[in-house]
Ligand binder design. Structure first.
Ligand SMILES: C[S@@+](CC[C@H](N)C(=O)[O-])C[C@H]1O[C@@H](n2cnc3c(N)ncnc32)[C@H](O)[C@@H]1O
Length: 202
């Protein structure tokens, strides 16, 4: 699909500068996302669209994280982070399309997606895949920049944002409801006013 390809090319370009350009802005979201997930040693977590792996240092030792991304260039950066000993948790990286998760049903205790649900081509497909591989009652946490009612300018800018891999606006809360996810909390984090939404699987 064209948009998936565009996103992959864009992240090849962003990978070398990603940590310097985006990490400071996203930092609070990553810290609070992992806190909200509250994964305990022995539990298994899925992280979708892990990018360069900035969030990984927040997981505690003993948590098993399967972190995936479409972009080989972003994953190479994440692997460097692991090799550098920055991460306490037991992390396995996968190059994988979030629309087609290569895990069997109910594999994970919890799942997260940071700044990536609006970037993927079909957020509904990705959310349903995340739900499929997460156990009933597990927490699914989302951090994303999100406009509830996008203005005219924002809507006009959307196709460009999509082409350059920066995501699009859509009604995330409605999608969560359609998927049957129960919203436990909904907060604003970081200076670009991203939303941190904690949900629970039925
Ligand atoms: C804005 S970055 C967020 C990275 C990281 N989660 C963070 O918060 O810094 C979006 C990430 O989603 C990944 N991505 C986009 N489409 C994807 C897909 N279909 N499957 C897996 N990852 C995808 C991109 O390669 C990119 O690394």
């Amino acid at each position: 699909m064209a948009t998936r390809k565009n996103s992959n090319i864009a992240y090849k370009i962003y990978a070398p500068v990603y940590d310097r350009v985006f990490a400071p802005t996203f930092a609070e979201g990553h810290t609070r996302m992992v806190e909200a997930l509250d994964a305990q040693p022995g539990e298994r977590v899925l992280e979708v669209g892990v990018g360069t792996g900035i969030s990984l240092r927040h997981y505690v030792a003993g948590v098993r994280v399967d972190a995936l991304d479409f972009s080989a260039a972003m994953l190479k950066k994440a692997q460097k982070r692991l090799d550098g000993g920055e991460v306490a948790a037991d992390v396995t990286l996968h190059q994988m399309d979030a629309h087609k998760l290569e895990f069997i049903d109910d594999t994970f205790d919890h799942a997260v997606v940071a700044h990536a649900i609006a970037v993927v081509a079909e957020p509904d497909v990705v959310l349903r895949e995340m739900m499929r591989v997460t156990k009933p009652g597990g927490r699914l946490v989302i951090v994303n920049h999100y406009k509830e009612v996008p203005g005219k300018l924002s809507r006009a800018w959307d196709p460009v944002r999509r082409r350059i891999g920066l995501g699009k606006n859509f009604d995330l809360l409605q999608l969560l409801q359609e998927c049957g996810l129960q919203v436990v909390s909904d907060d604003i984090v970081n200076r670009i006013k991203s939303r941190l939404i904690v949900t629970r699987l039925p």
